[in-house]
Design a protein around this ligand. Structure first.
Ligand code: E4P
Length: 219
């Protein structure tokens, strides 16, 4: 089964999605924190953990190995549910290798735009490889191709690393990611809402209720 994550730092959205009974986890990043209007990563992350009771990714902002490792040490100590997001750069790769050697080294390798980057992140011990589908589409590439290629590579070599389809823009991305065999799909709350809504369902329901009204009122 593919897991559904929300790509947001807004606790109201997370609370609502949890009430639907289909949310498995949450991913955040500095931009999403800015949109949620908070700079307190620890408080925000722990509030989200409390609501979702599942994996929550929080991102480092250092760009050098030592800085990333130091931040990761702090972030990972907050809760057993927290995953640390490390950018897929050379420095990031070195940091992943060090962090993944820790017993609690839960890593979400972020900003992945090629299957080669995903392969290297998996080799460095990442638990999740976050492929940014929408941003590749925006740049004129087929982002979902990278999800398919990453899935094939991880299956070929039996990597434990999970394929995470990120930068999801619309429900068709979700459908394609499911068909491509992604392990996790992280999406904005608006996309989750669009997944369940259909005008045909609304019209169908209206007609059922109107007909039921007719039959019950005629007897
Ligand atoms: C992934 O974890 C990222 O937070 C996210 O999907 C980025 O997507 P964007 O292209 O919508 O910023």
């Amino acid at each position: 089964m593919a897991q559904i994550f929300l790509d947001t730092a807004k606790v109201e959205e997370i609370r609502e999605a949890v009430s639907w009974g289909v949310l498995d986890g949450v991913t955040t990043n500095p931009t999403l924190m800015m949109r949620a209007g908070t700079a307190d990563l620890k408080t925000n992350t722990l509030e989200i953990v409390d609501i979702v009771q599942g994996p929550v990714s929080a991102e480092v902002v250092s760009t050098d190995v030592d800085g990333m490792v130091e931040e990761a040490r702090d972030i990972l100590a907050w809760s057993e549910h927290v995953f640390v997001k490390i950018p897929s750069t050379v420095e990031g790769l070195k940091a992943m290798k060090k962090i993944s050697a820790w017993p609690h080294g839960r890593i979400n390798a972020t900003l992945i735009f090629s299957a080669n980057q995903a392969y290297l992140a998996a080799r460095a011990g990442a638990s999740y490889a976050s492929v940014f589908v929408g941003r590749m589409d925006d740049a004129g590439f087929d982002g979902m191709d990278v999800v398919r290629q990453t899935r094939a590579i991880f299956d070929n070599y039996g990597f434990d690393c999970q394929v995470l389809a990120a930068s999801i823009r619309h429900p068709e991305h979700v459908l394609d990611a499911l068909l491509a065999g992604a392990d996790i799909i992280t999406m904005p709350f608006g996309v989750l809402q669009k997944m369940i809504r259909s005008p045909f369902t609304d019209v169908g329901l209206e007609r059922f209720l109107a007909d039921w009204d007719k039959v019950t009122n005629s007897s």
